[in-house]
Structures are given as C-alpha cells and as structure tokens.
Design a protein around this ligand. Structure first.
Ligand code: CA
Ligand code: CA
Length: 311
C-alpha cells in the first residue's frame, strides 16, 4: 500500500516578495535542463521551478519501453473429480504447467460419470495470463460441482501463478486486483511483494469466501526484487448425496511505465513535469518518488533526474 507521507521543506507558492518576479538564474535560462541544479532547487521559489518547466522541450518524446527483468515464472492448472458408492470407485484428473514467459491460456475440465453414465462430479479451470517486461496480467476462474448422486463425490479446480522479477532502475506502475470466492474451502488471492524485505505492496484475499478489491493505484517500484503470486481454487465435497457448486475468480494487472511518465500515457514530456510539480506542491502522496515516506526536495530531484534521462 502507499505509505503515509508528510510534506517536508516544500517551497511555497508566491514565496517571492510582492512585486518581485519569479527568479530563474540566467544559467537556467540559457540551458534550462542542465541549469536546474540541486542547489538551485533548494533555493529557488516554486514559481521559479514553474518558470524552468516552461522552458523545457514542448515536444512529446516517445520513450523506450520500460522494463523489468523476468526471473522465474511458473503457472499451473489442475482439475479433478472423484466419487464412489457400493460398486463404483473412480476419478479423473487433468493438469498442465509452463515455466515460459509471455502469454499463456489454458482451459481444462473434467466431468466424471459412473458406470451407468450418471453424473458424479465435475470441475473447470481457466487461466489467461501475460508475463512481459512491462506488463503482468492474470485472469483465473475455477468451478467445482458435485451432482448429489453418490454417497461420496468431490471435485476441485486449481490454478496458480508465480513470477519473480527484478527492477533494475526505478519505474512507475499501475496495479489493480480483485478476488472472489463464493463458498467453502475456496481460495482466491493475489499479491505483489517486494522480496528483498518481504513487504507486501498490494494484496487481495478472498480465501474461504467473500470478495476483495484493490482499485487501480499508481506509485513507483524502487530498484530491487519483486514477485507476483496468485492462487485460485474451487472445491466441492458432496458426501451423503449432497449437491455442491463452488467457484472462484482472481483478476490482477500490473503495468510498468517510465519513472518520469507521471501522467501514465506512454510519453515523457513537459505535461509530466507540470503534473508532478502540481502534485508535489500539494503534498500528494504519489509524489514520494523515492519511497522514503516523506515528500521533500529529494523527490523533486529524483523526478528531475528521471525526466532528464528520458527527454
Ligand atoms: Ca506522460
Ligand atoms: Ca520521498
């Protein structure tokens, strides 16, 4: 989750004296990008920063695709159905897995009938996922049913997702997730974690019933190691001729952007500068670019450095 932040040492609008023009040093006017040194930033009124921003390039610059480095990736699906009575004892199962990256779609099901073609139990599993250097998305659905025609029957559908990746330099991200499980022993969860210190950044958890939602939110991923893991399982136990229907669903999306793309539109231009400036000036929590928990000049300098490196 985004940490709580405090506005520290933020320059104030109108800090310059009445009747005095916003100050921009001549060197900055001559070379607005190279002229915005740390000492200037600390000493300049914010209106001076705005003036500097007005001098920067106006043309949107397509930026190279930001990237995370994918490490290991494992995705699995499994579906089974089983039942017995006084003369029948049988089961069926299917499974699949991949350690590849990129896109993967798997849809599996089992439908168990007894020797008289009477329904016993069934289950389904669906996973559609993408693991790219700038995108991790996931949809998982699972169902499990027992027909209620036998003294014992059970079924389950299970899908798992696990990817580890490294962020070589700070990137901006947008993440959202939902998890739903209708009844019983169902599992539905997903989480983005920083593995260096086991910090959970975003998590949804609807294990054993219920639903959980994380609306789209944006922040920065600092350099380091991360993981996304998720699990979706529906289970049905139909002892004593009981009919059970269970289902689970998990949705997860992580999109990666250049650190300076504050507007999250795929380009870095002066609109990002202005947007960050306004948000930073207002003490918005999403301007804690270095993740320190405090909003101060270091965040501005970090944004400036990222902006200059991509324009
Ligand atoms: Ca932008
Ligand atoms: Ca900070």
């Amino acid at each position: 989750m985004t940490p709580s932040v405090h506005l520290v040492n933020a320059p104030l609008v109108g800090q310059h004296r009445r009747g005095q023009s916003p100050v921009v040093r001549q060197s900055a006017v001559a070379n607005p990008v190279k002229g915005t040194s740390a000492s200037m930033l600390r000493n300049a009124p914010l209106s001076g920063l705005a003036a500097i921003a007005c001098l920067v390039a106006a043309t949107p610059v397509p930026v190279p695709t930001p990237s995370i480095q994918i490490g290991t990736a494992t995705r699995t699906t499994y579906a089974q159905a089983y039942g017995f009575d006084w003369e029948f004892d049988d089961g069926v199962e299917v499974s699949d897995s991949t350690n590849a990256t990129g896109g993967w779609v798997q849809s599996q099901s089992v439908d168990l009938l007894d020797w008289y073609f009477i329904p016993v139990a069934s289950s389904t599993i669906y996973q559609e996922s993408q693991i790219d250097p700038d995108l991790v998305t996931l949809t998982m659905d699972a169902t499990a049913d027992t027909a209620g025609n036998h003294p014992h029957s059970d079924s389950s559908g299970t899908s798992t997702f696990d990817v580890d990746f490294t962020v070589p330099h700070r990137v901006r991200y947008v993440v959202s997730a939902t998890a739903t499980a209708n009844v019983g022993y169902n599992l539905a969860n997903a989480r983005l974690r920083r593995t260096n210190d086991s910090t959970t950044i975003v998590a949804v958890d609807a294990d054993f019933g219920g639903n959980d939602v994380v609306p789209p939110q944006s922040s920065w991923l600092q350099r380091g190691d991360y993981s996304v893991d998720a699990e979706c399982e529906a289970m049905a136990w139909g002892d004593n001729n009981t009919s059970i229907s269970a289902s689970s669903n998990v949705e997860f999306e992580l999109r990666i952007f250049e650190a300076a793309d504050f507007t999250l539109d795929g380009t870095v231009d002066k609109a990002d500068w202005h947007a960050f400036e306004a948000a930073w000036q207002a003490g918005a929590t999403n301007t804690d670019i270095d993740g320190s928990g405090v909003i101060d000049a270091k965040d501005w300098l970090a944004f400036e450095a990222a902006w200059k490196s991509t324009t």
